[in-house]
Design a protein around this ligand. Structure first.
Ligand code: HEM
Ligand code: MG
Length: 335
């Protein structure tokens, strides 16, 4: 049986807390430990909030991000089950936080990918801030040249040289312009548009020490998470669980500074708009796009235990969007 996603943290344990504590020491990833494109999950694995080998069940991922960084329960489930449906193995209930690995067990039939979080064109996509587009090289690994640009934008636009919401808005826009000009295979449509804009904002929330909680990320703290995959010394998580109500307005704010229409490049510098696909503001449309197009793309006609596992995970995914976002559940494989 598939473990249910864990409940919210109890009220006496959902607040400010030292998380870089003796029970969760940093240990650098060893040669057999998998790391990938997400600086938060890499860091949580290196502190033992996730299995240190980088292969985890979705319920472990939900627990890990709640405990380690104080993601709210709905928000954690949204990210984790979205990723799991695209990149995990529904038969073994395991997912790699990086490259594809035999450690997730025997795959379901193709076209299922079970590629891990590094699988390009699923959750991972173009215009990342500290990783190159897959067209240019390894889309999962930290890139120092790009981090220098992250620093330059923080210096130019951020308060006191921090990565704050102004710096986020400008860097996010610049990364899109860069890829439009240079990546002939750029894809910037649902669901990638949502992760791209959310991930730009996340560091100003989750990587800032919860005692300060001023949405101004110092370059030193950014260096720790993005590059060292390590929490800064004495790091405290967010003072209260962070759900959509906190994240959504920040995402809207940066979008409104530089709005865009989804699209794809047909060759360098030739960005073809796709206004018929869900816009960034259409959250439930993106949920439906994932459930009715992306997931069936890998699982066109599942049967038996596979279908059952997919439906269970689709239910968990829906739980995350039913309350704050009030979406209506859709069913790719019938009720
Ligand atoms: C990037 C997964 C939570 C911060 C990514 C990517 C994936 C991913 C697949 C690669 C996307 C790309 O850039 O192409 C997840 C999952 C999470 C999670 C499954 C489950 C909870 C978080 C949290 C943070 C975070 C809590 C908090 C800071 C980031 C950032 C990037 C990223 C900043 C972008 C890196 C870059 O653009 O260079 N994540 N993530 N993630 N994630 Fe996560
Ligand atoms: Mg990427």
């Amino acid at each position: 049986p598939i473990p249910k996603p864990p409940a919210p943290l109890p009220a006496n344990d959902n607040g400010l807390k030292l998380v870089n504590d003796p029970a969760h020491p940093f240990i650098a990833a060893g040669p057999n430990d998998i790391r990938g494109p997400c600086p938060a999950l890499n860091t949580l694995a290196s502190h033992g909030y996730l299995p240190r080998n980088g292969v985890a069940r979705p319920d472990q991922l939900v627990t890990g991000v709640m405990e380690g960084l104080n993601l709210g329960n709905d928000f954690a489930k949204f990210l984790v089950y979205q990723a799991f449906l695209m990149n995990g193995n529904p038969l073994t209930n395991l997912m790699s936080i990086g490259m594809k690995t035999p450690e997730t067990g025997p795959d379901p039939p193709k076209p299922a990918l079970v590629g891990g979080l590094s699988q390009h064109g699923t959750f991972e996509g173009d215009t990342s801030m500290t990783r190159v587009d897959a067209f240019f090289g390894d889309q999962a690994v930290f890139n120092e040249t790009m981090f220098q640009e992250f620093i330059a934008f923080s210096t130019k636009y951020g308060f006191n040289g921090t990565y704050d919401l102004n710096a986020v808005a400008e860097l996010r826009h610049q990364r899109l312009l860069d890829s439009m000009a240079n990546n002939p295979e750029l894809v910037f449509t649902s669901p990638r548009i949502l992760s791209a804009y959310s991930e730009a904002v996340f560091p100003t929330i989750f990587f800032v020490d919860g005692r300060l909680n001023n949405r101004q990320l110092t370059i030193d703290a950014a260096r720790h998470f993005f590059d060292f995959q390590m929490m800064p010394a004495d790091f405290h998580r967010q003072p209260a669980p962070v759900n959509f109500t906190i994240v959504d307005p920040l995402v809207s704010e940066i979008f409104n500074k530089h709005p865009f229409t989804p699209g794809v490049n047909k060759g360098k510098g030739n960005f073809v708009l796709m206004p018929e696909t869900p816009a960034l503001s259409n959250f439930c449309g993106i949920y439906e796009d994932i459930v009715l197009r992306v997931v069936p793309g890998q699982y066109p006609k599942p049967t038996g235990a596979l279908k059952q596992a997919l439906n269970t995970n689709l239910d968990f995914f829906f739980e995350a969007v039913s309350e704050e976002h009030n979406c209506t559940q859709v069913f790719p494989y019938g009720k």
